[in-house]
Write a protein that binds this ligand. Structure first.
Ligand SMILES: [Fe+2]
Length: 178
């Protein structure tokens, strides 16, 4: 007699039985929101490295070093974000393709980008990241997920610091920035 066919695997993202006192519906929302931030961080990390590698011009050394510092800071966000999602029972990113499907920060594959244009673009991207972090802070607040909220608060501060440095470093004094 034929064995019954195995049940088809659900196409829904798996919710795991990781113990948490937080409400499962809330943590699903938190996981989704954090995965968006994680994808943006990887996209912004790679763009910052791209510009670190390809920047050229009179302030090469300053910009090259600044962008490396920024890339390290952004990369350092990724593991804690992914592990927060796992701690509350969710699943996180699995591939570059997965990042590409979720990222809101746009790639820049241009063969040449002027140094000041690089700083301006990263300034905008970091501002956008801060906006998204504030949105996710609201989601984690509603879920009473204080640990995520506290991490996000620091990341907003770091993101605003990067935005500030990119703004100041990118000011063209000859065009009247004071
Ligand atoms: Fe490097």
């Amino acid at each position: 007699m034929a064995k019954p066919a195995p049940k088809a695997a659900s196409s829904k993202p798996a919710r795991l039985r990781t113990p948490s006192d937080l409400d499962a519906k809330d943590t699903a929302k938190v996981g989704e929101a954090l995965n968006g931030i994680l994808a943006d961080c990887f996209a912004l990390y790679l763009k910052t490295k791209n510009f670190h590698w390809h920047v050229s011009g009179p302030h090469f050394r300053d910009y090259h070093l600044l962008l490396d510092e920024h890339a390290d800071q952004i990369y350092a966000m990724t593991d804690p974000i992914a592990e927060r999602i796992r701690k509350i029972g969710g699943t996180t990113l699995r591939s570059i393709g997965h990042i590409a499907r979720l990222q809101r920060i746009k790639d820049n594959d241009a063969p040449y980008v002027d140094a000041l244009a690089m700083l301006a673009e990263l300034q905008e991207d970091n501002k956008t990241l801060a906006t998204h972090l504030r949105e996710v802070h609201d989601v984690v607040d509603d879920a009473n997920d204080i640990a995520s909220a506290s991490l996000i608060e620091n990341w907003i501060d770091e993101t605003e610091r990067r935005t500030w440095f990119l703004y100041e470093a990118g000011r063209d004094s000859e065009r009247g920035g004071h």
